[in-house]
Design a protein around this ligand. Structure first.
Ligand SMILES: [Zn+2]
Length: 139
């Protein structure tokens, strides 16, 4: 079972398209990529470099949505978490294939690419990625 899952993920090329960028002045990493570093704006103009992110991170905060917007109605309740990626950026994403009761602060997660959806209430766009509990997590 475990090996089957690993092979499955290796076969999804989009997994490697988690593209952010990094400021060459202060080394801060951004996702989604920014046109200019908000910390050293002018100095870093034209110095943003693309960087692929691992998509691995940790849950630092989460909430369980019980009343979803139209597109999500069939999925409630579902957890949405703020995830700190290993490279530094914090992003919001839905956690899938996980019981809402199993989500914990500090849980290791990894990105997976799913259908892009837009949250009609908050206007939040899930950029095609969602998160799964990391297979390597022992929490
Ligand atoms: Zn910078």
């Amino acid at each position: 079972m475990k090996e089957g899952v690993a092979r499955f993920w290796r076969e999804i090329p989009q997994r490697y398209n988690f593209l952010g960028n990094v400021c060459s002045s202060c080394d801060r990493v951004f996702f989604p990529p920014r046109e200019a570093c908000p910390f050293c704006r002018r100095k870093s103009m034209g110095k943003m470099k693309e960087q692929y992110l691992s998509g691995h991170g940790e849950v630092i905060s989460y909430t369980v949505i019980h009343v979803g917007p139209e597109d999500f109605e069939e999925q409630v309740p579902y957890p949405v978490a703020i995830i700190q990626l290993d490279e530094g950026p914090r992003i919001t994403g839905q956690i899938v294939d996980c019981d809402p009761d199993d989500v914990k602060i500090g849980m290791k997660v990894e990105s997976t690419f799913r259908k892009i959806q837009q949250d009609g209430c908050s206007g939040a766009i899930y950029y095609g990625y969602k998160f799964l509990k990391s297979h390597n997590s022992n929490k």
